[in-house]
Write a protein that binds this ligand. Structure first.
Ligand SMILES: [Zn+2]
Ligand SMILES: [Zn+2]
Length: 338
């Protein structure tokens, strides 16, 4: 068996990707080693590329949309077996001892580990990960299509299922991109009345194909008014990282409506207390979920035929894949194959 492995690493904040050979890592106690098949390229990988997350040790290998096969288990691992197909998402491990963990809220662990930030992620052929980060991946799902479900998928799926929307409610999905194209599909399969909101008319046909019953062009119309014409949205899933666009939609919420924010940006959302008080509206953020939530996402996608639309690149072209994702022109998720 080979003893070396290829990784795409960032040597310091702001550096370009370097393709380097390393010793194949050994899984420690409570860890498994995964022979990686595919890893999605996520906007949050920029945190590692540019050093925007405090405390990252370099060199660091990004990647938190990992699908592969367990090829070795460390000491004390009994639940997971060699040969088993697994995925690792944003939730890369928790301590089990902090106050949040003791309350059972593992997703908010004070010492939450994130693949590609806390330890080397999936932009490599072999990766080690703690067992509490693992999600079982159904056999019927292709590894390149399953990978984006471990961050983009779980985030939209989980945000929607915790949004309070019920079947037949009007749910708007803002942004038709990596997150939004999955959000529209999940919202449709959950039985919502789905309004997709995009800039320009180019994605109208696709949005309807993905399950939207209405398409709102936020460039040529006032999207909030259009939502009110449809009765007002119970939930707006804000996926495009554009705080101004999100702010402009708040008046499109119906009574008890909720803006669910998953498009990550550092810019403030503008809203007046009056906008929220009238109609008891709310704004809430949502961050992915636990590995058990990932399994729910994968099973639901398998059951209902929700598919990620992807562009694939070999690991050696990680730099190009990352640029493609950052350009916003990919249709829609970029996935590395090993
Ligand atoms: Zn992500
Ligand atoms: Zn904890």
């Amino acid at each position: 068996m080979a003893t070396t492995t290829v990784v795409a690493a960032i040597s310091k904040p702001g550096a370009d990707f370097e393709i380097v050979e390393r010793e194949i890592p050994k899984p420690g106690a409570g860890q498994v080693r995964i022979k990686v098949q595919a890893c999605g390229v996520c906007g949050s990988d920029e945190l590692t590329k540019k050093g925007l997350w405090p405390g990252i040790q370099y060199p660091r290998v990004p990647g938190h949309e990992v699908v592969g096969i367990i090829d070795e288990v460390g000491a004390g691992v009994s639940e997971w077996k060699k040969g088993q197909r697994v995925g690792v998402g944003w939730h890369g491990g928790h301590d089990g001892t902090c106050l949040q963990c003791r309350r059972g809220d593992f997703g908010n662990c004070r010492n939450l580990q994130i693949p590609g930030i806390s330890y080397d992620g999936g932009y490599q052929q072999y990766m080690t990960a703690p067992v509490e980060s693992l999600a079982a991946v159904p056999d019927s799902l292709d590894h390149t299509e399953a990978a984006p479900l471990l961050c983009a998928g779980i985030t939209t799926f989980n945000a929607l299922r915790h949004s309070g929307a019920m079947p037949a409610d009007l749910v708007a999905v803002q942004g038709i991109g990596g997150l939004g194209h999955l959000g529209i599909q999940f919202a449709n399969k959950f039985g919502y009345r789905v309004a997709a909101i995009g800039r320009g008319s180019e994605n109208a046909t696709l949005a309807k194909k993905l399950g939207a019953s209405a398409y709102i062009d936020s460039q040529s119309t006032n999207a909030a008014q259009e939502l009110q014409k449809l009765g007002g949205a119970k939930v707006i899933l804000a996926t495009a990282p554009n705080s101004k666009a999100m702010s402009e939609l708040i008046d499109g919420l119906g009574p008890n409506g909720r803006l669910m924010v998953i498009g990550a940006t550092f810019d403030p959302i503008a809203v007046t207390p009056m906008q929220l008080i009238g109609g008891s509206r709310a704004i809430q953020g949502w961050a992915s979920g636990t590995p058990a939530d990932s399994e729910d996402t994968l099973h639901f996608a398998e059951l209902t035929g929700v598919h990620a639309m992807i562009e694939t690149y070999p690991l050696e072209r990680a730099a190009e894949a990352f640029e493609r994702m950052m350009s916003g022109k990919a249709q829609f998720r970029v996935v590395l194959t090993m």
